[in-house]
Design a binder for this molecule. Structure first.
Ligand code: SAH
Length: 411
């Protein structure tokens, strides 16, 4: 009898592709859509590995199989090998190693270690915060192997010293598309009651690893937040941080001696933590404001009152969740950017973002251009912005580049 792990390592069936549907896979795009599958041979269970072959019988690689999902197969390897302990150890070690050149520690102790498809491990996201790990299983294939993966993570992080705790944040909505339940819990060790502190570019931030958004913090904005830490940009300036969440951008601006920092978000608990984060790094700042409200309303109110700012950050949540949302999303981006630009003093700076993977950098730039025209303002691109480099993008999986932004001078 094979053990569960040995069984999961072996292909339990064969996925035969429809004629002509092999090209993207041969080019190493990892997704096999249900419509590309001719038939399944054998009797695999959802989450099992299957061999992937063309209609002519040519071997392509091994995929994880989940018939409940539109993305029925996820390529795990293009080699003829098993998904055994050696495979997982190698894949996880490679992902962690891929970030070593960034040399983030000790100034930054919170960042992404494994970025799913972009790191060649579809469905697995792992972030570290100080001595804690947070992982997300976004696919059935990863879900059924999570205990095995956790053991490898423990062995391969913190120089083999165990993390203090591991939190599972398998509560992303995409899990529903895989027929999986929502899970957010500590699976190993313990986390401190009041939250976990970590460092980002030498600033301290507190995160709620179990209830916070994503894995607790928007680690993908690290490099862009650092721009607000430049005194040359924000010293003695009035800064408005829209969609502030727990005050990431605000803390940098305060630390760089902005004259005032106003943080706006609908979530009161997020703003409470934002204030704590700002004060931890810059203790004496009575001039800052934390406004609970809808950004669209707050900006319109400022417009009516003729309130103006030197620097504005617009980092809204994802507006486009599926292709049918794109039109509505572009309208949202246009409106918010139009409002933002109208509140900037001449020569002011706008940092504007879209984290919708479905809105390309090109389209986003067009939408922001339209907003500038409608606002009657002249905009100059000072810098193109992207997700931080620990959120790697595979050239074979351009979908992995989801966060884009522009730093603009507005006249
Ligand atoms: N810039 C943040 C991350 C922003 S996440 C950082 O660097 O950490 C998006 C935030 O927008 C969430 O905190 C959410 O509560 C808030 N939000 C969503 N819709 C909103 C709206 N209409 N008005 C104000 N805040 C909103």
């Amino acid at each position: 009898m094979l053990s569960k792990t040995e069984q999961l390592a072996r292909p339990q069936g064969v996925l035969v592709l429809k004629k002509g549907r092999e090209k993207p896979l041969i080019n190493r795009h990892p997704w096999i859509f249900s419509g590309a599958i001719d038939r399944i041979e054998g009797d695999p269970t959802p989450g099992d590995a299957v061999s992937v072959i063309t209609r002519n019988g040519d071997f392509i690689g091994l995929a994880g199989w989940n018939p409940a999902s539109q993305i029925t197969g996820r390529m795990m390897t293009w080699e003829d090998r098993l998904l055994d302990d050696e495979f997982w150890e190698e894949a996880i070690a490679q992902s962690i190693g891929r970030r070593q050149w960034l040399d983030l520690e000790p100034e930054t102790t919170g960042y992404r270690l494994i970025n799913g498809e972009s790191d060649g491990i579809p469905g697995l996201i792992v972030d570290k915060y100080d001595r804690y790990l947070v992982f997300q299983c976004l696919t059935k294939v990863i879900d059924v192997r999570k205990h095995q993966i956790i053991e490898h993570l423990k062995a391969l992080t913190f120089q083999g010293q165990s993390p203090l705790a591991i939190v599972e944040r398998s509560d992303a909505s995409v899990r529903k598309l895989e027929g999986l339940p929502q899970i957010a819990e500590v699976v190993f060790g313990e986390i401190p009651e009041g939250g976990v502190w970590f460092k980002e570019n030498q600033l301290s931030f507190k995160v709620d690893l179990v209830k916070g958004h994503k894995s607790g913090f928007y680690l993908d904005q690290r490099d862009n937040r650092a721009l607000l830490g430049l005194e040359s940009l924000v010293k003695d300036k009035d800064v408005l941080n829209c969609f502030a969440y727990t005050g990431g951008f605000s803390a940098y601006a305060a630390k760089a001696n902005a004259k005032s920092v106003t943080s706006v978000d609908t979530s009161v608990p997020s703003l409470t933590l934002a204030e704590e984060n700002v004060q931890k790094n810059s203790p004496d700042r009575p001039q800052d404001e934390y406004l609970a409200g809808n950004v669209f309303d707050v900006l319109r109110h400022y417009q009516e009152e003729n309130v103006q700012f030197d620097v504005i950050v617009l980092d809204p949540p994802k507006f486009a969740h599926s292709a049918k949302d794109i039109k509505k999303a572009t309208r949202g981006y246009r409106d918010i950017n139009l409002l933002g630009m109208s509140l900037l003093k001449p020569g002011g700076t706008l940092l504007t973002f879209s984290c919708s993977g479905l809105i390309s950098a090109d389209l986003f730039q067009k939408v922001v251009f339209g907003a500038a025209v409608d606002a009657g303002r002249q905009a100059t691109v000072l810098k193109q912005l992207n997700q931080s480099n620990d959120h790697v993008v595979s050239l074979h999986f351009p979908e992995g580049h989801y966060l884009k932004g522009l730093m603009l001078e507005i006249r």
